[in-house]
Design a protein around this ligand. Structure first.
Ligand code: ADP
Length: 471
C-alpha cells in the first residue's frame, strides 16, 4: 500500500507532536506513526519538569537568570555537549514555555519552581498535573484539531531513499500496521522527522554500549523505547554521538513499574537514617552517600552477580524530626502498597527478607558504633549525617532495590535546524530531520531532568518548521 503526505513524523512523544504541529501550521499535510497503542512515549510518563530562564515565576520570586547562565549550567554539567545546540535550546526556552502556555493552554504553577542539581538558580517550571501528560495531551489535542493524523500501532521499519532533482534524499518510510499486518509506504514529499525517543528498553543496544546494563538491570521507561530507528539512521549514514552516556537510577523498586516512588525510601536510607545491604550476605557494599555513578555501578555489579540489594531503616524512617523528604504518611503509603515492608524487630526483618541474621546484626552494630564514635566517616567512607541516629528501634523497614535505566543522552547528530548529519561529509542528509531523545550531543555526560522535555519541544518545533519548508 502507498500513502502520500508532505511530512511523516516517527514517534508521538513531545518531540514528534511538536514537530507535527509546527509542520501542520506551516501548511503541510502531516502524519505521525506511533508503534504503541497509545500516544506520548516517555514524555507522557515523565514528571513534566521544564527548566526555563526568565519566567514570570522567577520574576515573582526575585530570581535573576538568563539564557547565557542556563547554557553555562548545561555545558558545565554535560562536559562534552555541543555549545551550539545548547545555546539554541537556552535562547528558545522562554518563547517555548510561553507557547505551551498561550497556544496549548498548558497550566504551570505560577508560584512554584523546582531546583535541580547543577542549576545555579531555581528555574524549573512545574506543570500543575505534576506529570508530562499535562503537556503532552494539550499538544496532542492541538495537533489533532489542526488536522494532524496519528496512526497508532504503526511501526516504522525502514527509511526509503529516492533520487529527486538530482539529489538523493529520504523520501518515504516503510511501516507496518500491527492491527492488520499490512505494510504501508508513507511517502514524504517534504521530509521525515525522526522523533522515536531513546533506547532505554533495548537491552541488546544498551548493553553494546555498556555491558553492565544487562537484562537484570531494570528499565524506568516505556517498553517502546527501543533503538530500531537509531540503527536505521545509522544504516543510511547518520552520525551517532555519545551513545555510551546512558543514565540510570540506582535505587528504584523491582516491584513498582517505571521510576516509581520507592526510591524516596531507599534514598532516605542512603542519605540520612539507614543503610543499603546485600540480601544474601547482610553486609553493606558501597558508600551510600557517594557519587551516583559509583553507586549505580556497585548496584549493576551486584545484580549481574545474581545478588540483591536491599534498603533498611529502623523506626526513625517514619518519625525522624529533621527528615524533609520523608514523613510518616510517605512510609505508610509505601507499606500499604507493598513496596516497603514493616517488621517489629531486626530479627523479623532478617527472617522476612531472608538475610543472614548474625551478619546483619554485626553490620548494624558497626554502623551504630561509627555514629557514636564521632568520626566524620564510617567504614564504607560514608560521611555520617549530623542528624543520623543509631539504628536500634522497631519497627524496622526494608525494600528491595533495582537499578533502572532512565534516559539516553546519546543518539543521532542533528544541526541547529534539526537536520540529520551524514557520517560521510558532516552535511545534512536531505529530507531527514531528528528531534528529542533520539538525538545526541545536547546533554553530554549529564542527566538534567528538566532539559529533556525542553529539548523535545524546542527541536521538535524546529524540525517540523524546517521539514515543512523543505523541497
Ligand atoms: P521524545 O521525548 O524524544 O519525544 P518519547 O519517548 O516521548 O521521546 O517518544 C518517542 C515515541 O516514539 C514513543 O512513543 C515510541 O513508542 C515511538 N517509537 C519508537 N520507535 C518507533 C518506531 N519504529 N515506529 C513508530 N514509533 C516509534
Amino acid at each position: 500500500q502507498r500513502e502520500d503526505w508532505d511530512v511523516v513524523v516517527i514517534g508521538s512523544g513531545a518531540a514528534g507532536l511538536a514537530a507535527a504541529l509546527e509542520a501542520r501550521r506551516a501548511g503541510a499535510r502531516v502524519v505521525i506513526l506511533e508503534k504503541m497503542g497509545s500516544i506520548g512515549g516517555n514524555s507522557v510518563i515523565s514528571e513534566g519538569l521544564v527548566g526555563v530562564p526568565g519566567t514570570p515565576m522567577q520574576a515573582a520570586l526575585g530570581i535573576h537568570d538568563s539564557p547565557e547562565l542556563f547554557a553555562a549550567d548545561l555545558l558545565a554539567a554535560g562536559y562534552v555537549n555541543h555549545p551550539g545546540k545548547v545555546r539554541v535550546l537556552a535562547q528558545k526556552a522562554l518563547e517555548t514555555f510561553e507557547w505551551t502556555r498561550d497556544e496549548l493552554g498548558v497550566r504551570w504553577w505560577e508560584d512554584r519552581l523546582e531546583y535541580e542539581l547543577g542549576q545555579s538558580v531555581r528555574r524549573t517550571a512545574v506543570i500543575r498535573e505534576a506529570k508530562g501528560g499535562g503537556l503532552v495531551y494539550p499538544l496532542y489535542e492541538r495537533a489533532r484539531a489542526l488536522g494532524v493524523v496519528i496512526r497508532l500501532r504503526t511501526k516504522a521499519l525502514h527509511l526509503l531513499e529516492a533520487e529527486r532533482l538530482g539529489e538523493r534524499r529520504v523520501a518515504a518510510v516503510l511501516a507496518e500496521d500491527a492491527s492488520s499486518g499490512t505494510r504501508i509506504v508513507f511517502h514524504a514529499r517534504r521530509g521525515v522527522v525522526l522523533a522515536s525517543g531513546g533506547f532505554s528498553s533495548d537491552i541488546e543496544l544498551r548493553q553494546m554500549q555498556n555491558w553492565r546494563l544487562s537484562a537484570r538491570v531494570g528499565t524506568a521507561t516505556q517498553p517502546g523505547s527501543t533503538g530500531e530507528m537509531l540503527r536505521e539512521a545509522a544504516r543510511i549514514g547518520a552520525w551517532l554521538l555519545h551513545l555510551e552516556y546512558i543514565h540510570c537510577i540506582p535505587d528504584a523498586s523491582p516491584d513498582e513499574k517505571g521510576w516509581g516512588t520507592t526510591w524516596k525510601f531507599s534514598r532516605y536510607c542512603a542519605a540520612t537514617q539507614g543503610i543499603w545491604a546485600v540480601r544474601q550476605t547482610g553486609q553493606r557494599f558501597v558508600n551510600e552517600t557517594g557519587g551516583n555513578v559509583d553507586k549505580t555501578n556497585a548496584i549493576f555489579d551486584l545484580l549481574n552477580a545474581g545478588l540483591e540489594p536491599v534498603a533498611i531503616s529502623d523506626a526513625r524512617a517514619v518519625r525522624h524530626p529533621q527528615s524533609v523528604i520523608f514523613g510518616t504518611s510517605d512510609v505508610e503509603a509505601l507499606v500499604a502498597r507493598g513496596f516497603v515492608s514493616r517488621y517489629p524487630t531486626l530479627e523479623a526483618l532478617a527472617e522476612g527478607r531472608r538475610i543472614p541474621l548474625a551478619a546483619l546484626q554485626a553490620t548494624v552494630a558497626r554502623y551504630n558504633d561509627a555514629l557514636r564514635s564521632g568520626r566524620e566517616r564510617d567504614e564504607m567512607g560514608r560521611r555520617i549525617s549530623p542528624i543520623a541516629e543509631p539504628m536500634e528501634e522497631g519497627p524496622w523497614f526494608a525494600s528491595p532495590m533495582l537499578a533502572k535505566v532512565l534516559m539516553c543522552s546519546g543518539g543521532i547528530a542533528a544541526d541547529d535546524c534539526a537536520r540529520v548529519l551524514s557520517v560521510v561529509d558532516d552535511r545534512p542528509i536531505p529530507g531527514l530531520y531528528a528531534a528529542g531523545e533520539v538525538t545526541g550531543g545536547l546533554h553530554g555526560i549529564a542527566f538534567v531532568g528538566s532539559a529533556g522535555l525542553l529539548d523535545a519541544l524546542v527541536f521538535g518545533r524546529i524540525a517540523g518548521q524546517c521539514a515543512a519548508k523543505s523541497l
